[in-house]
Design a protein around this ligand. Structure first.
Ligand code: P6P
Length: 335
């Protein structure tokens, strides 16, 4: 087997700039948290943690035992470095305060979705953890300190608990992927300098919502379905895993476009996916890999947040397709 370098060695050789030491320490804890989550998921039903708790989270979604288990793991493990001054989780209504004794070294904010796609867990389909790191202006951050545009992120990444466990991350200098070697419990560089193909023939969307979509999205999908007989003059393939991390990872590896647009059912909520700990980190990664990410109206990374759990329409992936979708929204390309 070719000698791969470990994530620890990779970060030591490649992290630069003012956040270098802090990121090294915070990513060490994030990696450990993801290893623990991978173990909890691997044990699956045998550990008796696949069921539903009957409770609902702040999103109004039924909580799985693993939602709470993984949330606890992420919170506990990421208070050890001394650099995290505050956290925010999909599973918790308010910001998570970090004790003064555990934020002695620096002021960073860690936002995360501990188990994205958790409804897939008990049917053994890939799920993931998504995280985003921001700089805090305050030693003791409040809600307002979290509400920064996605362009302010200093790091973003995800763990994918799939056929193998992977960690994919960016610190603003490209995107790199690491695979967990379970025999030694270490992540090794397996996907250096990931780039999203600029063109694609594959889209990912929940087609059952077709009748609720706005016209530009219906137009785009109609043209894909018309294939080579239509204006696109090429056939398209479709995928839908109902797990954003799995979809985006596939797109990073082979191209494609992931779409969860606004629709008439979701109008009042603003969309399905959350800006701060789903859309922003995934957009940072996709853009760093040469892709694009839009709400249809604007670049996702430039959305100014008005709430911790704000939702946005999300269309991201192969740049030329995302730019076409945005042009249909702005009517720059007539039918
Ligand atoms: P639907 C998972 O719950 C999630 O937030 C994303 O990971 C996924 O892309 C989407 O929702 C799936 O939504 O409507 O297909 O169940």
């Amino acid at each position: 087997m070719t000698q791969h370098i470990s994530i620890t060695e990779f970060l030591s050789n490649n992290l630069t700039g003012e956040h270098r030491v802090a990121l090294t320490e915070m990513l060490h804890d994030i990696v450990n948290a993801c290893k623990k989550i991978a173990l909890a998921i691997d044990q699956g039903a045998l550990a008796g943690n696949m069921g539903s708790l009957g409770s609902e989270n702040v999103q109004g979604e039924v909580q799985k035992a693993l939602d709470v288990i993984t949330n606890d793991i992420f919170i506990e493990t990421n208070q050890l470095s001394g650099y995290v001054a505050g956290m925010a989780s999909e599973e918790m209504d308010d910001v998570i305060e970090v004790a003064e004794t555990q934020r002695q070294k620096g002021q960073y904010l860690l936002l995360f979705d501990p188990l994205d796609g958790s409804s897939n867990v008990n049917v053994n389909i890939s799920v993931g953890t998504i995280f985003s790191i921001l700089k805090s202006a305050k030693v003791k951050p409040g809600l307002a300190d979290f509400l920064q545009a996605g362009t302010q992120q200093i790091c973003a990444g995800y763990a994918l608990y799939g056929t193998s466990t992977m960690l994919v991350l960016t610190t603003g200098n490209g995107v790199n992927g690491f695979t967990l070697d379970g025999s030694v419990g270490e992540f090794y560089l397996s996907h250096p300098d990931i780039k999203v193909p600029v063109d694609t023939q594959e889209f990912a969307i929940n087609m059952s919502n077709y009748r609720f979509w706005q016209e530009p999205v219906q137009r785009y999908i109609d043209e894909c379905l018309q294939g080579e007989e239509g204006v696109r003059k090429k056939d398209f393939n479709m995928r839908w895993v109902a797990s954003m991390v799995a979809e985006v990872h596939r797109i990073l590896v082979r191209g494609g476009v992931f779409m969860y647009p606004i629709d008439s059912k979701l109008q009042s909520k603003g969309g399905k996916l959350r800006l701060m700990y789903e859309a922003n980190p995934m957009s940072f990664i996709v853009e760093q890999a040469g892709g694009a990410s839009t709400t249809g109206i604007q670049r996702i990374l430039e959305v100014h947040p008005n709430g911790l759990h704000q939702r946005v329409p999300v269309m991201m992936g192969s740049r030329n397709e995302v730019e076409r979708i945005a042009a249909y929204h702005s009517k720059k390309i007539a039918r």
